[in-house]
Design a protein around this ligand. Structure first.
Ligand SMILES: [Zn+2]
Length: 287
C-alpha cells in the first residue's frame, strides 16, 4: 500500500526549547506539526488517518477551534495545508476518501472530518461518547461540537479485538488498518496501525496520536522538554494510564523498532524523517 505523510497544520506555541527542545530561545515559538496519513488501499479506496484542521477551521478559527486553543497553540492555518486540499493536490477527489480513522476527537484531530462528509468515520466507542456526552469540564472544553455538527457517518469500535505485538487491536479497514486502544490522553484515545509491507522498511506504521509528543520519549532513558512534559500531564484525562501506555509504546519501539515504525501526531522530527523517506522512495520510482 502506498502511504503519504501529510502535515495538516504547524502550531507555534510559545516556549521555544521548553516545548521543542534544541537550542532555540524560550522567547521563540516552539514547533508542533499535525501529522496525518493518507493510505492508498487496493480495495477500500483512500483511508485518511487523523484529519487535523479543516477548511471551516481555517475560515473561522476562534468559532471552530475555541479561543483558548487558538491562543495557546497559535496554529498557522492555511487552506493549502488542509487534508482535502492535499488529497486534491495528489490527484484524487475528496470522494475517493472512503474511510477516516481518528486517534481521538480533540480539535486538532477532528476538524477535517467535515470536509469528507461521505466517508465512514472510525473511532473507539469511548472516544465518541466522550465527545458527544462530555462528563467533566475539561471534556466539555476540549471537544468542539461545531466540528461534528454535520453528522459524520460514525463507525464505532468496541473492545475485544485480537492481539497485535501484545496490544489489543480492532480491525477497521480489512486487515490493513487497526485501531489500538491507548487511553489516557482522552477516554478513548487509540493508536492506529497501518500495514506498510515495505520491502526495504518496516512491516507496520503505528500512528500514536497524542500517546506521546517528542521523539526522544521513545528512548531509554526517555527525554522530553519540560513544558511539553507538563502539558501532556495536565491535559490527560487519566495521567497514570497515559504514562503506562507511553511505557508500552517505548517497549514496542525497543523490541520491534525495525518491524513497527512508531511516531506521534505532533513531533516535527518524526514527521520530517518519514516525509523525507517517502520523497526519496517516490523519487526512485519510474513514472
Ligand atoms: Zn493533538
Amino acid at each position: 500500500m502506498k502511504i503519504h505523510h501529510l502535515n495538516l497544520c504547524t502550531m507555534c506555541p510559545v516556549g521555544g526549547r521548553l516545548i521543542s527542545g534544541g537550542h532555540r530561545s524560550i522567547l521563540d515559538a516552539g514547533e508542533m506539526v499535525v501529522h496525518a496519513l493518507l493510505v492508498e488501499t487496493a480495495r477500500e479506496g483512500l483511508v485518511l488517518v487523523d484529519t487535523g484542521m479543516g477548511l471551516e477551521d481555517v475560515r473561522a478559527p476562534v468559532r471552530r477551534l475555541g479561543p483558548g486553543f487558538v491562543a495557546l497553540s497559535r496554529p498557522r492555518l492555511r487552506e493549502e495545508d488542509t487534508a482535502v486540499r492535499q488529497v486534491e493536490r495528489l490527484g484524487f477527489k475528496r470522494d475517493d476518501v472512503r474511510h477516516i480513522v481518528v486517534t481521538h476527537l480533540d480539535v486538532d484531530h477532528a476538524g477535517g472530518i467535515a470536509d469528507f462528509p461521505d466517508a465512514k468515520v472510525h473511532v473507539h466507542r469511548r472516544e465518541h461518547a466522550a465527545a458527544m456526552y462530555p462528563s467533566t469540564l475539561s471534556e466539555r472544553n476540549r471537544y468542539r461540537k461545531v466540528q461534528l455538527a454535520h453528522g459524520p457517518k460514525w463507525e464505532l469500535h468496541d473492545d475485544g479485538g485480537d492481539s497485535w505485538f501484545g496490544f489489543e487491536s480492532l480491525k477497521v479497514v480489512a486487515d490493513d488498518v487497526l485501531l489500538v486502544p491507548l487511553p489516557g490522553h482522552t477516554r478513548g484515545h487509540s493508536a492506529i496501525a497501518v500495514r506498510a509491507d515495505d520491502p526495504v522498511g518496516p512491516d507496520w506504521l503505528l500512528h500514536c496520536g497524542d500517546g506521546y509528543f517528542f521523539h526522544l520519549e521513545k528512548d531509554d532513558p526517555e527525554c522530553c522538554p519540560p513544558m511539553l512534559r507538563k502539558f501532556q500531564a495536565t491535559i490527560a484525562v487519566d495521567d497514570a494510564a497515559r504514562r503506562a501506555n507511553a511505557e508500552r509504546i517505548r517497549e514496542l519501539h525497543r523490541q520491534h523498532g525495525r518491524t513497527v515504525r512508531v511516531f506521534s501526531a505532533h513531533c516535527p522530527h518524526e514527521y520530517r524523517a518519514l516525509a523525507e523517506t517517502e520523497r526519496d522512495r517516490s523519487g526512485r520510482l519510474p513514472d
